[in-house]
Design a protein around this ligand. Structure first.
Ligand SMILES: [Zn+2]
Length: 172
């Protein structure tokens, strides 16, 4: 995410890269993306089922202007009403965009021979990958340059969408 880095990271990001990765791996096993994020934000208040508001860590926010939503598959969606991008918000608390997604989307267990995805899984995958694309578009609109890692993640998204299409017999 080097190319997207515009805000000085704090918290976990101050640790060495090795320690940080170890820290993240432990977090991703022990807690969901939403718990991981909310624990790093201030003035968090639940506004409804799967919805929260908190102070945005990416700008000087006195009255909470960051809305947070957890989708059914565990993906976290963010919106700062002052205009900060999702990448800036997560970097300000020492996380990366990929930390907004449930681990199973990134580390899906390979299907056994003859086993097929159910439609719900395919739809969940499509929604998750569309959010990845949306976040990248958001960064590009602000004039940021996507890093090699981000570009590779977009390629992965395209590959997963193609795989999802194949599941229903659509060969693109
Ligand atoms: Zn903000």
């Amino acid at each position: 995410m080097r190319g997207l880095k515009t805000t000085a990271p704090r918290g976990a990001a101050k640790q060495s890269r090795g320690a940080r990765n170890e820290h993240k791996q432990r977090l991703s096993r022990d807690c969901s993306p939403i718990d991981n994020l909310l624990s790093r934000l201030e003035k968090v208040k639940e506004t409804g089922p799967g919805r929260w508001i908190a102070c945005c860590p990416a700008h000087d926010d006195r009255t909470p202007s960051l809305t947070i939503r957890e989708t059914d598959d565990g993906t976290v969606l963010l919106k700062c009403w002052a205009g900060c991008g999702a990448a800036d918000v997560v970097q300000a608390v020492g996380l990366e965009l990929q930390d907004l997604f449930p681990p199973r989307l990134d580390h899906r267990t390979p299907l056994r021979r003859g086993e097929r995805w159910v439609p719900k899984d395919v739809l969940a995958c499509i929604v998750g990958e569309a959010v990845v694309a949306l976040i990248a578009v958001e960064a590009c609109r602000r004039g940021e340059v996507l890093s090699e890692d981000d570009t590779a993640r977009l390629a992965t998204a395209a590959g997963r969408l193609r795989a999802a299409a194949r599941e229903i017999g659509c060969h693109v």
